[in-house]
Write a protein that binds this ligand. Sequence first.
Ligand code: PGA
Ligand code: ZN
Length: 410
Amino acid sequence: MKITELRARQIFDSRGVPTLEVRAALEDGSAGVGSAPSGASTGSHEAQELRDGGEAYGGKGVRRAVDGVNGPIRAALTGMDAADQCRVDERLNELDGTPDKSKLGGNALIATSWAVADAAAKGAGMPLYRWLGGAQARQLPCPMLNVINGGRHADNNLDVQEFMFVPSGADSFHDAMRMASECYHALGKLLREAGLSTAVGDEGGFAPNLARDEDALEWMVRAIEAAGWKPGEDVCLALDCAAAEWADGDAYRQPKSGARFRRGELIEYYDALSRRFPLASIEDPLGEEDFEGFREITDALGGDLMIVGDDLFTTNAERLFRGAALGAANAVLVKPNQIGTVSEALETVQLARRSGYAVAVSHRSGETLSTAIADLAVAVGAEYIKAGAPARGERLAKYNRLLEIEEELY
Ligand code: PGA
Ligand code: ZN
């Protein structure tokens, strides 16, 4: 399965910001595509995107990343075996040569890595989830649907970035999507009736202004009930605080409300929230360098709650290794573009398994129509997938792909 051609071009992501798409072709005529999503609340330890700077596109053009693929990356990968994803990804890292992938760009690397994986799957005549996961790839993840957006994902006054429905009582993926969709529409109706905005944020969730962040959870509980489901039984709630955005020296300050917390006060706040609401999971409750705080909150609340490290781990096996040794968090968010190649994302999943951590595969706030993460979630048997609200094409593309995979498998 020799790679005969690689071609990158600039496309736009869901925020209208340039990103790149790569097409890989093999000697047998099979071809695959990959593209790079992009975060807004990016962790400091993520692979760096290569952007052009200058005036065009406010400096966010990706001409240099495209040229890197069409130049040195194409030259190095042409003739390589697409079936050897590890070797291809190693070669990409060698070519880049920097620890944060800033020379060729994590965006160029992940789009290329996905394109090669997709082409190899096509060449083998297999769906991507089977190609990556083999015979064990049979488990559909439970979706976590971000239905109220705040933080950096919306221009409203909420500091918590994501408020999610988790239809954990569902017996199947399509039932989970039905429950979440019904609750999402019930939520929209309730907000509209209360005279609140139903305009949506970057991930398709509503972005109303509310007096307090807790009010979002209250509206969600009401919506679950209005849709005829039982909060905490059929549908639970989850938060992504993205609290790295709140870090202020060795304490925390929420930028919108101005509220200040010491680490211990923040943990008490989450404890109180989890007693009041049917919370199943909190992602990034503390800052991205606060391994000790993550250990503390996991000790205190991790028995009942999933404590997810996103900016803490940045899909980086070395950071996960450090966290697992401490008992910091009990789940890892897997965003392949945070680490830059498909094989490194798989390595992080493997370490998570060995460390007893749950796995949630995730999209980014700036997305493309790629459905590769849906296949990845099935390939690795991820317990969860985060792909935004059940609204907006780039979000539904992932959920619709999972519906298709479910039909193939069952
Ligand atoms: P991002 O947000 O894609 O803007 O980083 C998603 C998340 O924090 O989970
Ligand atoms: Zn996050």
